[in-house]
Design a protein around this ligand. Sequence first.
Ligand SMILES: [Fe+2]
Length: 248
Amino acid sequence: MSPITGEDTVASLRARLEQTERQTNARQRQLERYAADLREVFKQERARAQELRRSYMATVRALSNAVEARDAYTGKHAERVAAYGMELARAAGIEIEDSPQIEFGFLLHDVGKVAVPDAILFKPAPLTDEERVLMERHPVTGSEILREIDFLGDAKLVVRHHHERWDGGGYPDRLAGEDIPHAARVFAVADTLDALTTDRPYRPGGSFADARRVVAAGEGTQFCPTCVAALHEVSDHRLEELRMGISA
Ligand SMILES: [Fe+2]
């Protein structure tokens, strides 16, 4: 047996080093393949999620249009309120990306009105106490209609609480202050904004400036102060842009 020389040791070390290098390179290539696969899966998942969201939105719009088709006067009220509401929600610091259902809630807020008889919904005179009770049932009816639809999530809270008031004088649950879900508080401002700036058979729509004055007068009683502040953040120009973006 020949003695081990320094040269043998260097040669064997070099061989081991080369082998380790080959293994490392192979592992690296494998990792790169995994990364590419993951990127592809992620891309497909994102496309699927977007497709799903488009389907959800189409379903919600169909439902919302079905409700609005009954009332020729309100036109595209739900779509305008949703556009104003989303803008206000952003200004109020609500993370829209984390709560995509909010927009669905804005669009579907009055879905419960399907259960309100025409004679009450379109009554040109003030409602009797009995009729008002029936009318004020629509937020609860709406949230019950949507109860089983899981993807609507927090949208159901907007539907149930869109007529609550900051001072606790609203309905159906007489919630007050921050007990009212944030998106429902934002909605109340958007709803008033649209109601006051849209033509009705008995009066023409007012300006955004007039609507702002009415909203400001209701701060701390009807409306949440931070939601009123959010309205100050949005210019008349932007509101007009949103309104024009929705064909009547
Ligand atoms: Fe309503």
